[in-house]
Design a protein around this ligand. Structure first.
Ligand SMILES: Cc1cc2nc3c(=O)[nH]c(=O)nc-3n(C[C@H](O)[C@H](O)[C@H](O)COP(=O)(O)O)c2cc1C
Length: 325
């Protein structure tokens, strides 16, 4: 057993969280991770309305009696989603953990705390993690440059970012980005984290509610198969290379800093259902981390989590202890 501030804070067995993932974080995913002793997370904005989120939360309660969370991503969008409505669905649904991400969640912290909900804010820099601490977040998820999705614009990998977070933060934090096995779990704990947050690795599991083509693509990919898009829009995203991504990168090369989101809408807007649900792997850009290079199988969530914990324990007890002369 690995007991950390994060297992204590969230009332979970293992210090392993499944980060919110668009069109992956349905009730089936969250429940499978929570039933395996980690913390599963439903992706709030994948549900089109607060009513849909309320139904998804209720479905998840039927699949697990363990704690699970909801991710709320604050996007720079013109048509803002009904965040107060989503928060209400979370509170009324009896969810006890919210993973916030993207923009500063300050406006909603008070109502979440009043409902006794723990908030873990995902961020890609020490300054943003400190801000999260200042505004009252209970924990941070520190997302390194390796991560699938949006690594921010600083490009600091976890080997530096995590010990920097440990130098500065008082609240507990988990290591996010690039993690998929027990060696990395042990390393994250050594670097000051109280647990880990996994995205990409959890997509290649039996229970992940995505098309088999997505899982097969992750097994086939190496650590060289991701790339960055949208840097000039200051919305950098790490994605798996495919023909849609090549098309985006050609436009980025051609238009340089003059590129607008409208220029690449075909490749990025509304593509997740086509990829994740229909398995049309070249229909758009989809977030994927460098950890793809460490994904060689499609285990159950239980086997993945148990294997990671056993490997980390073995490393801490045996391999690391043996170095002390
Ligand atoms: C397919 C996919 C979709 C994602 N969607 C979201 C999202 O909607 N909101 C969010 O906060 N993070 C999202 N993420 C980021 C993950 O929650 C997590 O922080 C990240 O995947 C960690 O890096 P890793 O993939 O290397 O484990 C997504 C990641 C992936 C791979």
């Amino acid at each position: 057993m690995l007991k950390t501030k994060i297992t204590e804070m969230f009332g979970i067995q293992h210090p392993i969280i499944q980060g919110g993932m668009h069109y992956v974080g349905f009730a089936e995913m969250a429940a499978a991770v929570s039933n395996a002793g980690g913390l599963g997370i439903i992706t709030g904005l994948t549900q089109k309305t607060p009513e849909d989120l309320a139904k998804e939360i209720a479905r998840c309660h039927k699949m697990t009696d363990k704690p699970f969370g909801v991710n709320l991503t604050f996007l720079p969008m013109f048509n803002q989603p009904d965040y107060p409505g989503y928060i209400q669905a979370i509170i009324e649904g009896g969810v006890k953990v919210v993973e916030t991400a993207g923009r500063n969640p300050q406006a909603y912290i008070e109502s979440l705390k009043a409902a006794d909900i723990k908030v873990i804010h995902k961020c890609t820099s020490v300054r943003h993690a400190l801000k999260a601490q200042d505004i009252g977040c209970d924990a941070a998820s520190v997302d390194g440059f390796e991560c699938g999705g949006h690594p921010g614009e600083d490009d600091i990998p976890n080997m530096i970012l995590l010990p920097r977070a440990a130098e500065e933060l008082d609240i507990p934090f988990v290591a996010s980005g690039g993690i998929g096995n027990g060696k990395q779990l042990a390393a994250a704990l050594a670097l000051g984290a109280e647990g880990v947050n996994l995205g990409t690795r959890f997509i290649a599991t039996k229970e992940a509610p995505v098309h088999q083509n997505v899982k097969d693509a992750l097994v086939a990919a190496s650590e060289l198969d991701t790339t960055l898009i949208m840097r000039s829009l200051r919305n950098t995203e790490r994605v798996l290379k495919n023909s849609a991504v090549t098309s985006i990168q050609e436009k980025e090369k051609e238009l340089g800093d003059n590129i607008k989101i409208e220029d690449i809408l075909d490749e990025v807007a509304g593509v997740y259902p086509k990829i994740m649900t229909e398995g049309k792997m070249d229909d758009g850009a989809w977030s994927c981390g460098m950890v793809a290079g460490l994904i060689h199988d499609i285990p159950s969530c239980q086997d993945l989590v148990d294997g990671m914990v056993a490997e980390a324990e073995e490393i801490i007890n045996s391999r690391l202890a043996k170095f002390i002369a």
